[in-house]
Structures are given as C-alpha cells and as structure tokens.
Design a protein around this ligand. Structure first.
Ligand SMILES: Nc1ncnc2c1ncn2[C@@H]1O[C@H](COP(=O)(O)OP(=O)(O)OP(=O)(O)O)[C@@H](O)[C@H]1O
Ligand SMILES: O=C(O)c1ccc[n+]([C@@H]2O[C@H](COP(=O)([O-])O)[C@@H](O)[C@H]2O)c1
Length: 211
C-alpha cells in the first residue's frame, strides 16, 4: 500500500465508528473492540447515520428502521463498555449524513484530537465515492478491517494518494445487517448474530418483520 504516516497531532485518540446499524450486530462489536485495543483508543464513538445516503440510494424502496430504534440497539450492544459511547450528531443533523461534516465538527469542538475512522474493507473500496474524500483523508487515520474474506487493500483510486491507514485484525465474520434482517423476517434465530439483548429488542418491536 502507498500510505505514509505523517506527524500526528497531540491529544486524545478517538475512534469514530459510523454505520447504518440496521441493526447493529456482533461483527460491529468485534471490530470496535479490536480497534479499541489495537489502536489504544481513549474513546470510541458509535455514530448511527441519520440518512446514510448511499445505502438509501442503493436500497430503493426499503426504509431503514427509525433512528430511535437503531440508536437503542447500539446502546444495548455497547452496554457496560466504559470506553464506548453513542454520538448522536449524525442523527441530529438534517440532510444526508456525510462523514466529513462529522469530522470537521468534532475537530472544531475538540482541536488536537487524533481521529481514527473505523470501516470495513467494503467501505474502503468505495471511499473515493464519499463526499469530499480527499479532505477526509487529510483529517483522519483510517482503521480498516477485512470483510467476508476480502483482505484490506487500498482501491486503485486511493493508491497514489498519501493517507494514514491502520489494519485492524479481527476474527473473520460473515455477519451483515442484511442477513440479520433476512433471518428475522423468516422468524429464524438471530441471537448468534446480534446477541440476546438486540434480538430481544427486535422481537419486542417487531422490526424487520420479526414474529
Ligand atoms: N462482518 C463485518 N466485518 C467487518 N466489517 C464490517 C462487518 N459488518 C459491517 N462492517 C463494517 O461496519 C461499518 C458499518 O456497517 P453497516 O452498519 O452498514 O452494516 P452492514 O452489515 O454492512 O449492513 P448491510 O448489510 O445493511 O449493508 C461499515 O464500515 C462496514 O464495512
Ligand atoms: O460521507 C460520505 O459521503 C459517506 C458515504 C458512504 C458511507 N459513509 C459512512 O460510512 C458508514 C457506513 O455506511 P453504511 O452505508 O455501510 O452503513 C456510515 O457512517 C456512513 O455515513 C459516508
């Protein structure tokens, strides 16, 4: 890969973990825990996306579960983890959720922090389609995990760009929110993919067609 480490700003090491989290699942938790340990983070902020514009475009008519439900499930997933917190900034902002807006706002409020943006390889491969992605790469270190057997690899569009990236090692997991929703809609047991608390929430609120 072509990444070069430039001098890091002093200050706290903060992980930003954005996602639709529709629903949050155990691979998300595994990635977050791995990043926390491997990057020595002071805090890891979970950022449910208000309007994940690419997912909404790709999903056609499928509506996301409400922000309140997606947020509540993240809270259940991270309960008892003192360095994890939910950040509502993308839920509270109007319009499409752009990560660059979140990063700019965070740095304006907390100058000098060192930001690590957690993503899976599927998002790294598409990073050049994100809003103002060169500006984003100037401001964060990417923390990238392999996904579903695809190793971490910079996409050709980023290959010539200097950017900071750290590979997060985690046990490979094929879990996806899509599969959780599909299984829930068929009335199958989703506890192995989301844990008891989130599975209970999905059943209680009859999300995803759950019985
Ligand atoms: N199994 C996994 N392994 C590694 N990274 C993952 C995994 N599942 C999700 N991620 C990463 O977590 C972040 C948030 O993912 P997201 O909330 O979109 O879940 P998802 O499972 O990809 O959802 P969907 O199936 O609806 O597309 C993304 O950066 C994604 O790459
Ligand atoms: O900023 C962008 O343009 C952008 C484009 C695609 C995805 N993202 C962010 O990447 C995270 C994962 O997105 P998704 O669609 O896989 O849930 C989530 O925080 C999104 O807001 C951000």
């Amino acid at each position: 890969m072509s990444q070069v480490l430039s001098s890091a700003p002093s200050g706290a090491r903060i992980g930003l973990f954005g996602g639709s989290f529709d629903p949050v699942h155990l691979a998300h938790l595994s990635l977050a825990r791995s990043a926390l340990a491997q990057l020595g983070l002071d805090q890891l902020l979970w950022l449910p996306a208000g309007r994940p514009w690419q997912k909404l475009q790709a999903g056609g008519g499928r509506g996301l579960a409400s922000p309140a439900h997606r947020r509540a499930m993240v809270e259940l997933m991270i309960a008892g983890e003192p360095r994890f917190a939910v950040d509502d900034s993308e839920l509270e902002r109007d319009g499409a959720s752009y990560t660059i807006d979140t990063v700019r706002a965070r740095l304006a409020a907390h100058p000098g922090e060192q930001l690590f943006l957690l993503i899976g390889q599927d998002q790294y491969a598409r990073l050049h389609t994100w809003r103002e992605w060169p500006a984003l790469l100037d401001r964060v270190t990417l923390a990238v995990a392999a996904r579903a057997g695809t190793p971490v690899q910079a996409p050709p569009e980023l290959a010539g760009m200097l950017h900071r990236v750290q590979i997060i090692e985690m046990p490979a997991s094929a879990i996806s929110s899509t599969e959780v929703r599909d299984r829930a809609s068929r009335g199958e047991d989703i506890r192995p993919m989301v844990g008891d608390a989130v599975a209970g929430y999905i059943a209680q609120h009859r999300l995803y067609g759950a019985l």
